[in-house]
Design a protein around this ligand. Sequence first.
Ligand SMILES: NC(=O)C1=CN([C@@H]2O[C@H](COP(=O)(O)OP(=O)(O)OC[C@H]3O[C@@H](n4cnc5c(N)ncnc54)[C@H](OP(=O)(O)O)[C@@H]3O)[C@@H](O)[C@H]2O)C=CC1
Ligand SMILES: O=C(O)[C@@H]1CCC=N1
Length: 341
Amino acid sequence: MERDLTPDWILKQTLNLQQTALMSFLKEKENAMGGKEESSEGLTLTVLGCGTMGIAILGGILDSLSSSRSQQPDTAVQDEPRRLPSRFNACRELGQYEAFKHLTIHQNSNVKPTQEADIIILGCKPHMVRGVLRADGMQKAVKGKLVISICAGLTEEQIVEFLPSATHCTVVRALPNTAAAVRESMTVIATSPTAPLDPDTDALMTWIFTRIGRVARMPSANMDACTALCGSGPAFIALIVESMAAGAIAMGIPRDDAYLMAAQTARGMTQLILTGGEGGKAEHPAILRDKVSTPGGCTIGGLLVLEEAGVRGTLAKAVREATVVAGLLGEGKGGVNGTRR
Ligand SMILES: NC(=O)C1=CN([C@@H]2O[C@H](COP(=O)(O)OP(=O)(O)OC[C@H]3O[C@@H](n4cnc5c(N)ncnc54)[C@H](OP(=O)(O)O)[C@@H]3O)[C@@H](O)[C@H]2O)C=CC1
Ligand SMILES: O=C(O)[C@@H]1CCC=N1
């Protein structure tokens, strides 16, 4: 049978392949945990909407639990939570039910895995959260639990509004990024000056998100900007790496070599920004940029092309735009990119 090769069909097939590959990644991580016995004290963590981000987060946690590799020193958890997660539920809309020793993948069934959970991560699209939480049986299942939302734009108040007053959940907003899959996420956890988390919940939040990278804390009011910078940021950086590689490809460098060289160059510079200062401290990007720019050399020539094209302002504007759009995502409507002039 001939297929209709529409862009939509091709995109769908690509996404399906990606999701299948990601689920294999998760199973591999689970498998690596095989020998570990579950502690009776262990908590159950359920991801409602286990797609790109949910898989990256669970993968990072499973990886951390299965390896003796300790967390990076700068993300060390000062106060370990009393109890750690040891059982995991991944809930999806499609796919199939699969049960492993530590992980169960559920398809189109949220109530039971939510009943089993001590911690719930909301990992579906922001506009779905209302429907997911208001579905039959969910209000009771979620009652009194720790609900962590990674959804762009949704405020804690909006999530609480989806739950009846008797539900008494602790709702915390956290914004990780896709680098969670390689345990290099930058996750921002929202803080509330009026309702600080109890120390054990706070320690649990730190533990969960330091499994997948670094953690920072910001007031809730800053979360949309953090979403743009840290959540969308990886896509912006991918575009920069891709564009630099394109220049080299145009000048005759083989494609694969160009991507590798551009990516490693970006990685080296980000490492310098983080630790290239005196005593291993952070260094200002402008100082590092100046160090590369030999007077009369090629770097200053290239930099001026970028400045003349307004790259700095354009990138800053992209972060500002993404901040505004992130805020609109919380309103539960689709197509928000088309709503502004
Ligand atoms: N992608 C990113 O880089 C980041 C995303 N976020 C936020 O994370 C959230 C998830 O994004 P992302 O992982 O990219 O999205 P995905 O589309 O990859 O994942 C969403 C998941 O939700 C599942 N799902 C859909 N409907 C239901 C339902 N009724 N019950 C249970 N699960 C359901 C989907 O299942 P199925 O695949 O079977 O349809 C899918 O697995 C969003 O809210 C986003 O704002 C935050 C930071 C970064
Ligand atoms: O683009 C989005 O809506 C999500 C949130 C941050 C990154 N990806």
